[in-house]
Design a protein around this ligand. Structure first.
Ligand code: ARG
Length: 455
């Protein structure tokens, strides 16, 4: 493969550690797209004959259909996707194949292929997130005024609306989407033509290849172009944050679908049974989504570690950049699709949510606020009075609305009958009309805003 320089072939172990064809074949389409653009540019610049470029471009299309449709023999001896494609091109068209590699190197070639691949994944994640956002919005719209407990420390804190809780995830996943979009804008510079590291003496047109491949511009420094992998790291970072968000929603679905909560019923389509316990319906998809963060964040750490301390420009270490990204991308897309399906299908149990919302003295803050608003009490004193009333209710084994007016007045004589109005969960959520608050009126505004944004 290396022509005149080598007398003996590689040891089998050398071949095994060196080869990347086992995984980088996933970039075949990108490799061929890049080579076709390069060949067209070489001809346009008068560097190779138009008829050779024509033969190269047609041969490459044949190879693409062979790889996608059927019989293509990948060879480990040919190391990677770039050499496999080039060798096959030589079989197909003969001598002109040897002109394709003019003014480029595998270093700019692999950087270009990988960027094209990661760019597709940024777009795919963007679309996957959009579908999930739509599913969450539909849930929020249906249950904008359903009442449920809001938690802190997983202890009942204050009543919130189902719609509000769903919309919290809309905000998170929308930020994930914008991270994918930001990364795409920043990474969209073309490495092709940086050659091995220093550029080339051939009169290439990097603007032309950049444009043909959908890049905004050529990368401005050839050393950086062949040795930068931060585009992949940004994708993994955005994917990790997204997977972390998915894991939080997944965890809530696991808790909510348990017999102790019964907040939601997951569809049969996204549940599994037990081989021994006939009554079981398990939220396996949610648990697996919850776990995906492990491998996705693992990929982020792995690539960061591979890249750390590498001197400029290309080192073979960088061949270790791909497998983890492929795995992270496959699993992120699967997790997004599974979450979208689960959210779309799940049925919130309105009665269980409302019953739970009224437990745990969830309207104690409403009571304290009433003492401030109506009796003019300083908040700290109101907090103390309310605390005494909660302790009293707890002692009697009841909730705040179950106390009598006399009970209340024994703690503070100025309390009046109208206080009971603020102790109901519906009044509680309806009163939280501050911007971003849980009141149904605010939730509906946010649903409308996001429907407009998502189109
Ligand atoms: N298979 C290699 C990779 O993925 C292609 C680049 C090889 N470059 C080199 N200088 N040996 O990184």
């Amino acid at each position: 493969m290396w022509g005149g320089r080598f007398a003996a072939g590689p040891d089998a172990i050398m071949e095994a550690i060196n080869a990347s064809i086992g995984f980088d074949r996933r970039m075949a389409a990108q490799d061929i797209e890049g080579s076709r653009a390069h060949a067209a540019m070489l001809a346009a610049q008068g560097i190779i004959e138009p008829k050779d470029a024509q033969a190269i471009r047609e041969g490459l299309l044949t190879i693409l259909s062979e790889i996608e449709g059927g019989p293509f023999e990948f060879s480990t001896a040919l190391e990677d996707i770039h050499m496999n494609v080039e060798a096959r091109l030589k079989d197909l068209i003969g001598a002109p194949a040897g002109r394709l590699h003019t003014g480029r190197s595998r270093n700019d070639q692999v950087a270009t292929d990988f960027k094209l691949w990661v760019r597709d994944q940024l777009d795919a994640a963007d679309q996957g997130l959009l579908a999930l956002l739509r599913a969450l919005l539909a849930q929020a719209e249906a249950g904008a005024e359903w009442v449920m407990p809001g938690f802190t420390h997983l202890q009942v804190a204050q009543p919130v609306t189902w719609g509000h809780h769903m919309m919290a995830y809309v905000e998170m996943f929308a930020r994930d989407r914008s991270r994918m979009q930001d990364a795409r804008r920043r990474m969209n510079e073309c490495p092709l033509g940086a050659a091995a590291l220093a550029g080339t003496s051939f009169p290439i047109d990097r603007e032309a290849t950049a444009q043909a491949l959908g890049f905004d511009r050529p990368a401005a420094n050839s050393l950086d172009a062949v040795s930068d992998r931060d585009f992949a790291l940004e994708y993994l970072a955005a994917a990790s944050i997204c997977a972390m968000h998915l894991s939080r929603l997944a965890e809530e679905l696991v808790i909510w679908s348990s017999a102790q909560f019964r907040f939601v019923t997951l569809s049969d389509r996204f549940s599994t049974g037990s081989s021994i316990m006939p009554q079981k319906k398990n939220p396996d998809a949610a648990e697996l989504i919850r776990a995906k963060i492990g491998r996705i964040f693992g990929a982020n750490v792995a690539l960061m570690t591979v890249m750390k301390g590498l001197p400029l420009a290309y080192s073979k270490d960088m061949q270790e950049d791909k497998e983890q990204v492929f795995d992270a991308a496959d699993n992120l897309m699967l997790a997004l699709a599974a979450m979208e399906g689960m959210v779309r299908d799940m049925a919130a149990n309105r009665d269980s949510l409302e019953a739970a919302a009224a437990t745990g003295f969830s309207t104690a803050t409403d009571l304290a606020d009433w003492l401030v608003r109506v009796l003019g009490m300083p908040f700290r004193e109101a907090h103390h009075v309310t605390g005494s009333l909660v302790a009293m209710a707890e002692g009697k084994g009841c909730d705040l609305p179950d106390l009598t007016l006399e009970d209340m007045q024994s703690v503070h004589s100025a309390i009046r009958d109208e206080v009971f109005e603020v102790l109901g969960v519906h009044n509680s959520v309806a009163s939280r009309i501050s911007y971003g608050g849980t009141a149904p009126v605010r939730v509906r505004e946010q649903v409308a805003r996001w429907k407009e944004i998502l189109g």
